[in-house]
Design a protein around this ligand. Structure first.
Ligand SMILES: [Zn+2]
Length: 135
């Protein structure tokens, strides 16, 4: 069975970030359509959601790899700013676990201190003010 799937997928494009985005967006839109009921907007949402999902699968099984690749590149270029924003938030969150960010009471300079060092005296690198904090 696994071999048959592999043979089927040979020469086909497969999954990429754009594909995942289409699938998730499609599922969300279909999910939302359930709340809109039998209204015209609900129907449009329902159809739109399925179009996105089908488009995702169409791309996955497509043999026109170069065209799909170009689509994905265009998608990544268009979403670059929003993706880098989320990447940044993720990094900040990661750092929060290892470091504590303190603000200098004098000049508002942000100072990064490793966590778990107990009570320490922090010296602001910008204005030289010292203050005591628990890290
Ligand atoms: Zn300072």
């Amino acid at each position: 069975m696994k071999e048959r799937i592999m043979r089927f997928m040979q020469g086909r494009y497969g999954v990429d970030p754009f594909c995942k985005f289409l699938l998730v967006a499609g599922l969300v839109v279909v999910f939302l359509s359930a709340f809109l009921g039998n209204s015209a907007v609900g129907m449009i949402f329902y159809l739109l959601g399925w179009v996105l999902i089908i488009y995702c699968y169409f791309r996955m099984f497509s043999r026109n790899v170069s065209k799909r690749y170009a689509e994905n590149q265009a998608f990544l270029a268009k979403t670059y700013r929003i993706r880098s924003f989320f990447q940044k938030q993720k990094n900040i969150w990661k750092q929060r676990r290892v470091y504590h960010i303190y603000t200098c009471p004098n000049c508002k300079q942000k100072i990064r201190i490793p966590r778990g060092k107990g009570k320490i005296e922090i010296r602001c690198p910008k204005c030289g003010t010292t203050f005591i904090k628990k890290s």
